[in-house]
Write a protein that binds this ligand. Structure first.
Ligand SMILES: C[S@@+](CC[C@H](N)C(=O)[O-])C[C@H]1O[C@@H](n2cnc3c(N)ncnc32)[C@H](O)[C@@H]1O
Ligand code: SF4
Length: 499
């Protein structure tokens, strides 16, 4: 157990986020949170700010068994020539830097992402580019203010430059749509997404689809009345292809007849699990204009697929992939996860070798996140998860694979509880960037979410802010409350489109 003492500030949330890069959340206790004398603290970390007349002093002191093992201090002249908000941001950054430096000295521990704990690191690069900063200045800033390693800076810059022509110039009338189908054929052990196993829940799925059709019709009217241009639609989940052919056709028909899909550039159907794909469904999807399909191996090792509860083999992936190509789809995505139970870099290399010749246009590389609510979290003692060093080797293997096979990174995000505190990266061939993925991460375009668990984000470009309107996650609640959820969304959209 580690005790944290804050002095001269109360940015507990930010300091906790930073410390979670080093210790599990449950091993961090802030002074005042609990009766300290009941624990035998391994380390005591004091993080503070003292403001004198002419200077700010930021510091972190680390003691182990009451012995000082490390200390780091930064002094800045006061007052700072900045706005109130800028001062807060800078103070938080400097406090985190002192933690990073003191931890590095104490435990010889260096984090590739430095003090960056946010989910969307490319946003910082876009802000700097928008301010007219040159590449060299951005590199220096990320190095000195966030302590990012060179490889991560390089990756961030490549991605930010790759996504800029999709994000800018912003246009308030251009939107994307997400439609969620929170049902799956079986539950994968690492997954914490809200999704029901279809099994005996077909009745529930039918009622869910009725509610979803209703939401599509109502929001479709709004989109058409306000002449909004839909740039991309993403049907995700869960596994949308758990719908049978008739249900899928009905869903795509409802979308087509209620939302103007003429100008759509990208229309994705997540067909993640090959055990839900057949020729008929693929043909229906193709006829209704779907032009990007996701078929996700996660791993091409059969033992792993069995262990993680995927209920399909690597052969099934090849069959489904080839069927999709035969149907005519020209943009395919494959999701992989690094750090799956009992996998080492050799298994990852085997997976990459098996998909090399398929050459999907998009490849999304996730780093395993052991999340609350997943079966894996409860089964940790039964499986062997890779250590940070091994995950890094896996990440390097995928980077090399991407480079040698003509893929470029086009989007990136980080998550909590990711192994090694690393990243998820989307790669693409040539110019096949996944538009929805970029827009969803950049948060510069309004995205309307339909279905249980989806989130609508209304973007106010001029004010550089956004409002989130989540639909309820629970399927039964969604079915009961769909009218209320539609109204809530319309009120929020009106704030942008009717004022
Ligand atoms: C919401 S899932 C939907 C995709 C689809 N149902 C499937 O499993 O093929 C999107 C992707 O997130 C990734 N993912 C899900 N849980 C994860 C976890 N705990 N850690 C890392 N990646 C995860 C998987 O690669 C998955 O394909
Ligand atoms: S990973 Fe995909 S298929 Fe597996 S449970 Fe999660 S959403 Fe369903």
């Amino acid at each position: 157990m580690n005790l944290v003492i804050l002095e001269g500030h109360d940015y507990q949330f930010d300091i906790r986020e930073m410390l979670m890069q080093y210790f599990p959340r449950k091993n961090i206790i802030f002074q005042g949170e609990s009766r300290e004398d009941t624990y035998d603290y391994e380390t005591v970390i004091t993080n503070g700010l003292s403001i004198r007349k002419d200077e700010y002093i930021f510091y972190t002191v680390i003691k182990k068994n009451q012995q000082l093992i490390s200390k780091y201090e930064i002094q800045l002249p006061s007052p700072l020539p900045l706005t109130h908000n800028e001062v807060i941001k800078l103070v938080k950054r400097k406090l985190k830097i002192t933690i990073y430096k003191a931890m590095e000295k104490a435990f010889n521990n260096s984090l590739p992402w430095g003090i960056l704990t946010g989910i969307r690191p490319t946003k910082i690069v876009h802000q700097l580019l928008n301010m007219g900063k040159m590449k060299k200045e951005i590199i220096e800033y990320l190095e000195s203010e966030y302590l990012l390693h060179h490889k991560k800076i390089d990756l961030l810059l490549k991605i930010a430059l790759n996504e800029r022509n999709i994000i800018y110039p912003g246009d308030k009338n251009k939107i994307s749509i997400y439609i969620g189908i929170p049902f799956c054929p079986s539950r994968c052990i690492y997954c914490s997404f809200i999704s029901s196993t279809i099994g005996e829940k077909r009745d529930l799925l039918e009622k869910y689809l009725q509610a979803l059709h209703h939401e599509i019709v109502q929001i479709g009217k709004y989109i058409n009345n306000h002449k909004l241009n839909v740039e991309s639609i993403y049907i995700g989940g869960g596994t949308p292809t758990v719908l049978n052919a008739e249900e899928l056709k009905h869903l795509l028909f409802t979308i087509k007849s209620n939302i103007n899909v003429e100008g759509i550039i990208e229309y994705t159907l997540e067909a993640g699990r090959p055990d839900t794909i057949d020729r008929e469904k693929l043909q229906i999807a193709y006829q209704y204009g779907i032009n990007r399909i996701s078929i996700n191996p996660q791993s091409m090792n059969d033992d792993t697929l069995h262990l993680i509860g995927r209920n399909h083999s690597s052969e099934d992936i090849l069959r489904a992939y080839n069927l999709a190509c035969e149907t005519g789809f020209q943009c395919m995505n494959m999701d992989l996860i690094l750090g799956l139970p009992n996998e080492s870099v050799n298994e990852v290399k085997n997976t990459l070798a098996k998909i090399k010749d398929l050459r999907p246009e998009n490849l999304t590389i996730h780093t395993m996140a052991v999340k609350k609510g997943s079966r894996l979290k409860d089964k940790l003692q039964d499986v062997d998860l890779s250590k940070e060093e091994e995950i890094n080797k896996m990440l390097e293997a995928t980077e090399e694979f991407a480079r040698l096979n003509g893929y470029q990174p086009y989007y990136l995000y980080r998550q909590k509880y990711m192994m090694g505190n690393l990243e998820n990266v989307g790669y693409c061939t040539a110019d096949n960037k996944g538009i929805y993925n970029i827009q969803m991460m950049a948060e510069k375009q309004t995205i309307i979410g339909l279905g249980a668990g989806s989130v609508t984000k209304v973007i106010y470009l001029e004010e550089d802010r956004l409002e989130r309107v989540p639909n309820v996650k629970n399927v039964e609640q969604y079915i009961q409350r769909v009218d209320e959820l539609v109204n809530k969304k319309i009120v929020m959209l009106n704030d942008l489109y009717e004022t």
